[in-house]
Design a binder for this molecule. Structure first.
Ligand SMILES: Nc1ncnc2c1ncn2[C@@H]1O[C@H](COP(=O)(O)OP(=O)(O)OP(=O)(O)O)[C@@H](O)[C@H]1O
Length: 316
C-alpha cells in the first residue's frame, strides 16, 4: 500500500484552549476511504484543518504525496480538496461561477467541459445559473463538494459530509463518494454517523480528546472487537443454567425460559462458540424452539472504546 498522507507527532494546542491534538500519528493510503470517528470536540476538524492549511500545528510533521507540507505547501495543497462543514461565502454567486472560481484558485486553466461534468455528476447542472442562497440545504452541500472537486484533487477531505441531511440524500452522498473513490480519489471523511463509516470506510480511526485511540481496517476491527448475543428460547424452562453448560458465558431469564449467550472479544470467535453451544445443548438434551442472534455494530465498539478512554482519563 502506498501512503498518500503521513502525519507524524501532530499536535495542536489552541491559545487559551485545550490540546485539540496530542501527538497524532496517522498514515492514509492511496485509494482508500478512511473514516475518522469521534465525539464532539474530539479534534477531527482540527486534524483536517492542519492538513488543509487552516490550522497552524503546534508540533509534528505532515507529508502529502511525499512532500513536506511545511516546505512544498503550494504544490501539495493544489492536490488536496476540502469539503468543509459549512459554506463560508459565495451565497450570492451562481453555482457554475462558484465552482469555476474554485478551480481558478489553484491556478488551473478554465475548463468548462470539466465543470459541466462535475456539476452533472452531482445533479447540479440544472441549477448552474441559480444563486447558491436559493438552493436547498442538500443542494448547497453538493455545491461544496463540486467546489472541492473543481481542481481534481487526488486527496479529498470531507468534514461531516452528511450532517443534517435526510436519509435519502445521505445514501445519495454515499453513492457519490463511492464514485469518487472508483475514480481513484483517496477520501478521508469525518463523521458522527457510525453507520456512515460502517457502510463506506475501508479503515476507521477513532479519536477522542485529541488522541487517536485506534486505527484499523473496519472488517478486522469488527471481527476482533465485535460481540455476539444469542438468545435461546428453551422448550422447557430451567431452574438454573445447566451444569453441562458452565463453560459458556450464559445467563438465564427470571422465568427460566430464555438462555442468553454473550460473547465478547471478537465476533468470529463468538460465532464459533455459539456453534459449540448448540452442540452442547443438544448433547445435554436441552431442547430449544428458537434462536435470536445479534451482532454488535461498529457503533457498539465505538461507544465501548470512548467510554473506556473516558474512564481511563478520569482515573489518571
Ligand atoms: N479556533 C479555536 N480556538 C480554541 N479552541 C478551539 C478552536 N477550534 C477548536 N477548538 C477546540 O479544540 C477541540 C477540538 O475541536 P474540533 O473542532 O477539532 O473537534 P471535532 O472533533 O471536529 O468536533 P465536532 O464533531 O463537534 O465538529 C475542542 O475542544 C474545541 O473546543
Amino acid at each position: 500500500m502506498q501512503p498518500i498522507l503521513e502525519i507524524v507527532g501532530l499536535s495542536k494546542r489552541y491559545a487559551d484552549g485545550p490540546t485539540a491534538l496530542d501527538t497524532v500519528d496517522l498514515t492514509i493510503n492511496k485509494g482508500e476511504i478512511f473514516a475518522l470517528l469521534g465525539p464532539n470536540g474530539a479534534g477531527k476538524t482540527t486534524l483536517i484543518g492542519a492538513v488543509c492549511g487552516l490550522v497552524r500545528p503546534s508540533g509534528g510533521t505532515i507529508r502529502a504525496f511525499g512532500m513536506d507540507l511545511a516546505k512544498d505547501w503550494r504544490s501539495a495543497r493544489a492536490r488536496i480538496g476540502l469539503v468543509p462543514q459549512e459554506m463560508a461565502t459565495d451565497m450570492f454567486t451562481k453555482v457554475v461561477d462558484a465552482v469555476t472560481y474554485s478551480r481558478g484558485l489553484f491556478g488551473l486553466k478554465r475548463d468548462p467541459a470539466r465543470i459541466e461534468e462535475i456539476l452533472t455528476s452531482l445533479t447540479l447542472w440544472d441549477k448552474r445559473d441559480n444563486q447558491i442562497r436559493h438552493l436547498s440545504g442538500g443542494m448547497k452541500r453538493r455545491v461544496l463538494i463540486a467546489k472541492a472537486l473543481a481542481h481534481d484533487p487526488e486527496l479529498l477531505f470531507l468534514d461531516e459530509p452528511t450532517a443534517g441531511v435526510d436519509v435519502e440524500l445521505r445514501r445519495d452522498m454515499w453513492r457519490q463518494i463511492g464514485a469518487m473513490r472508483a475514480n481513484g480519489t483517496t477520501i478521508v471523511l469525518t463523521t458522527h454517523y457510525i453507520e456512515e463509516a460502517e457502510e463506506m470506510a475501508d479503515r476507521v480511526g477513532i479519536i477522542d480528546k485529541g488522541n487517536l485511540l485506534l486505527v484499523e481496517e473496519k472488517r478486522a476491527l469488527m471481527a476482533r472487537m465485535g460481540s455476539i448475543e444469542a438468545s435461546f428460547t428453551l422448550a422447557v424452562p430451567q431452574p438454573r443454567v445447566p451444569a453441562a453448560l458452565a463453560d459458556f458465558p450464559l445467563s438465564l431469564s427470571e422465568d427460566g425460559a430464555t438462555l442468553t449467550y454473550r460473547g465478547h472479544g471478537g465476533a468470529d470467535e463468538a460465532r464459533a462458540e455459539v456453534a459449540h453451544l448448540v452442540e452442547a445443548l443438544v448433547r445435554a438434551g436441552i431442547g430449544f424452539t428458537a434462536i435470536d442472534t445479534h451482532q454488535s455494530s461498529l457503533e457498539d465498539i465505538f461507544v465501548d472504546l470512548v467510554e473506556h478512554s473516558a474512564q481511563k482519563g478520569a482515573r489518571a
